[in-house]
Design a protein around this ligand. Structure first.
Ligand code: UFG
Length: 335
């Protein structure tokens, strides 16, 4: 039995689907602060090989809530997605981020320790590197976050190192670059009530003729002046989590890996690709640069390839297409 925290959210629900498809039973823990009950309901009603044994609406900030899960179920490993992740919000309200992301995860690790669960796969982020000193960024690149979101995730990486050494709780920290795309059958996808991400914002401007897509700056030192990011398709990202589980089950040591494609695309390139895929013209306007946006973020993914035996396989086009189908499905008839 696996515990998936944050399975009512974008990446957690995609991982939950994958486990259910593989015949694994899961327990979902989510406070629904940014996730959605409808996604949990969908996961519960799908007729897949594995089952959602329980959905616990709980909060990691309450140690009792999470201890109750471990006292009720024997959990082999935890996939931990529950977190706040809006960079700009974290700069304005660090308390919210430290309390939820840091204290919440520390409670989770303490509950694991108390009840003898010794494997965790954790969503870390490229934001732990801060402003890149070189590119592509490998795992040895210095970690100097430039916002509270990145600080909380980096602090948790340190905490997990300490818990690994002292209590033998093994962790794999996956440092995500820019995740895009949705489940290919539109069972789940990206759904943030405050949407800050590039691909959904582009697609929303297609679905809503009153919306003009805003590009945050076109004077960066890149080929067309807009920021370059490494866009990884959700299916590939999820596969890396499954490989990480296998790695720990086979006795792998605590470790951390970048998850990206080693390819970069500018904002304008993404916009053009979205136009090609959807056959729609996208109206856009150039705005001020967004604070804290590095010009270029590209992952060196050699380590994940070598140690996890993982390989990204999906194309940018496939990611944008599934994201588009998801937007259309929700725009027209809801979940
Ligand atoms: N962008 C726009 N317009 C938008 C949204 C984004 O021009 O409406 C641009 C951004 O300026 C940036 C690029 O598109 O250049 C990607 O922006 P996203 O917000 O989609 O993603 P980020 O690169 O800012 O952030 C992602 C994750 C964060 C994580 C970060 C690590 O969403 O959680 O990568 O670098 F911290």
């Amino acid at each position: 039995m696996f515990l998936v925290t944050g399975a009512a959210g974008y990446i957690g629900s995609n991982l939950a689907l994958k486990l259910l498809e593989s015949g694994e039973d899961i327990v979902i823990f989510d406070n629904l602060s940014t996730g959605h009950q409808k996604i949990v309901d969908k996961l519960k009603t799908l007729n897949l090989k594995g089952k959602v044994v329980d959905f616990i609406k709980g909060d990691l900030r309450n140690l009792n809530d999470i201890e109750a899960v471990f006292s009720k179920y024997k959990i082999e490993a935890v996939f931990h997605f529950a977190a706040f992740s809006i960079v700009s919000e974290s700069a304005k309200n660090p308390h919210k981020y430290w309390e939820n992301n840091f204290t919440g995860t520390k409670n989770l690790l303490d509950a694991m320790k108390k009840f003898g669960t010794d494997k965790i796969i954790f969503s870390s982020t490229a934001a732990t590197y801060g402003e890149p000193l070189y590119t592509p960024i490998d795992e040895q690149h210095p970690q100097k976050p430039i916002n509270s979101y990145g600080n909380t995730k980096l602090a948790l990486e340190f905490l997990m190192d300490d818990y690994s050494k002292a209590y033998n709780i093994k962790s794999v920290r996956l440092r995500y670059f820019n995740v895009i795309g949705a489940d290919k059958f539109q069972r789940t996808g990206e759904w943030h009530d405050i949407e800050t991400h590039l691909v959904p914002n582009i697609l929303k401007s297609i679905n809503d003729k009153n919306k003009v897509f805003e590009i945050y700056g076109n004077t960066y030192n890149t080929k067309d002046g807009t920021c370059v990011r490494d866009y990884i398709v959700i299916d590939d990202l999820i596969n890396a989590h499954i490989k990480a589980l296998k790695y720990l089950q086979n006795g792998g040591k605590t470790d951390y890996f970048n998850l990206g494609t080693k390819e970069g695309n500018t904002v304008l390139e993404i916009l053009k690709t979205a136009e090609n895929i959807t056959g729609q013209k996208i109206n856009y306007t150039i705005k001020e640069k967004r604070e804290g946006d590095p010009a270029i973020l590209i992952a060196d993914n050699k380590k994940a390839k070598e140690i996890l035996n993982w390989q990204p396989e999906k194309t940018l086009e496939e990611g944008i297409l599934t994201a588009y189908k998801w937007e259309i499905a929700n725009f027209k008839k809801g979940l």
